[in-house]
Design a protein around this ligand. Structure first.
Ligand code: UDP
Length: 339
């Protein structure tokens, strides 16, 4: 296959690119590098030993991206391009909606012009809002109790994609709802490179382990969970990347939704303890107030992806912490200043 990866230089995209290239697929990355670095693409080429076609372009600019892709051949799209900070989406809602919605409309229009039919979308367990139960399957209602524009933009994108597929029934679509992607490529060469203060738990913990930050704030310890701290389904980024490969291989006309998660939950304190064990570093923390909008537990029921895609997350929280630490310790400044 020739796969166009939108946002392919980012954390998730770079890992998907390596997995695709290693499986013999060709990869075209389109990215505006607003929250990623060309060095990531160079490292993907180095790790896989194969070239990547790189297109530097903002997908939210229809004229520019139509021109940039006019002569590029691809048969499948994995659409990852978008903004992803929940907090920033609350303070800059119009930027979030503009980027996350317009980029999707544009790539769907470009696919129609080029008669490309295979589409995998990077969605999020965020669309489940406030879940009815800790373990969530794909039939759980979406859009209830959503509290931020980032989550709404994922929800709206899912609806837009369904409507476009309805109008173009030949489209083969997979909507992948990610739980909490963590970890890094086991080489330590690519990983998550947050700009500024990390919003997510694992990159924050990694920076505390490295001594860049003083201590972790544990957002609440009075949840109805075994140790009172929030429980999440942390999925290793390589498992997540392999989930995309499986989704691509099983596309069929229509829209299919899959949870990508492990089915196992871990608390904030468990993650801190495991990271400390893997890094050999002490990780100071203190308990603070819960973060607005957080739910106590969110764990995937991954049974549908397991049975229909023949895919299963195999890596443990220990693997994620070990690989995240390798990446962090080898790249203390992320990819900034490289290449
Ligand atoms: N969390 C925390 N301190 C942090 C960041 C996150 O205690 O600095 C908690 C958060 O309340 C949640 C879990 O860690 O229970 C995962 O949060 P993250 O932001 O990584 O992902 P989310 O599940 O919110 O998408």
């Amino acid at each position: 296959m020739r796969v166009l990866l939108t946002g392919g230089a980012g954390y998730i995209g770079s890992h998907i690119a390596v997995v695709l290239l290693e499986e013999g697929h060709d990869v075209i990355v389109i990215d505006d590098f607003s929250n990623s670095h060309p060095e990531a693409v160079r490292r993907v080429e180095e790790l896989s030993g194969r070239p990547v076609i790189r297109i530097d372009c903002d997908l939210a600019d229809l004229d520019a991206s139509s021109r940039a892709l006019a002569d590029v051949e691809f048969d499948s799209v994995i659409h990852l391009a978008g903004l992803k900070s929940i907090g920033e989406s609350v303070s800059r809602p119009s930027s979030y909606y503009r980027t996350n919605i317009v980029a999707t409309l544009n790539i769907l229009d470009i696919m129609a012009i080029k008669d490309v039919r295979r589409f995998v979308f990077s969605s999020s367990a965020t669309v489940y809002g406030t879940p009815d139960s800790p373990v969530i399957d794909e039939s759980h209602p979406v859009g209830r109790g959503l509290t931020n524009p980032y989550g709404w933009s994922k929800w709206m994108n899912e609806q837009i994609i369904r409507d476009v597929q309805h109008a173009r029934p030949e489209l083969e679509v997979s909507l992948l709802r990610y739980f909490n992607p963590v970890g890094a490529h086991p080489s330590g060469q690519i990983g998550e490179s947050p700009s500024g203060t990390p919003n997510n738990l694992m990159p924050y913990v990694a920076q505390v382990a490295a001594g860049t930050r003083d201590r972790v704030s544990v957002f609440g310890d009075s949840y109805a969970t075994p140790d009172g701290t929030g429980v999440r389904d942390y999925i290793h980024i390589m498992d997540l990347a392999e989930g995309h490969l499986a989704a691509l291989a099983h596309l069929s006309p229509g829209v299919t939704v899959y949870n990508l998660g492990t089915g196992v939950g871990h608390s904030v304190l468990e993650l801190i303890r495991e990271f400390s064990a893997q890094s050999g570093r002490e990780i100071p923390y203190r308990v603070t107030a819960p973060r607005t909008g957080d739910v106590s537990s969110a764990i995937a029921d991954p049974a549908k992806a397991n049975s229909e895609l023949g895919w299963r997350a195999t890596r443990s929280l220990a693997d994620s912490c070990r690989d995240s630490w390798l990446w962090q310790s080898q790249n203390p400044q992320g990819l900034t200043g490289q290449g």
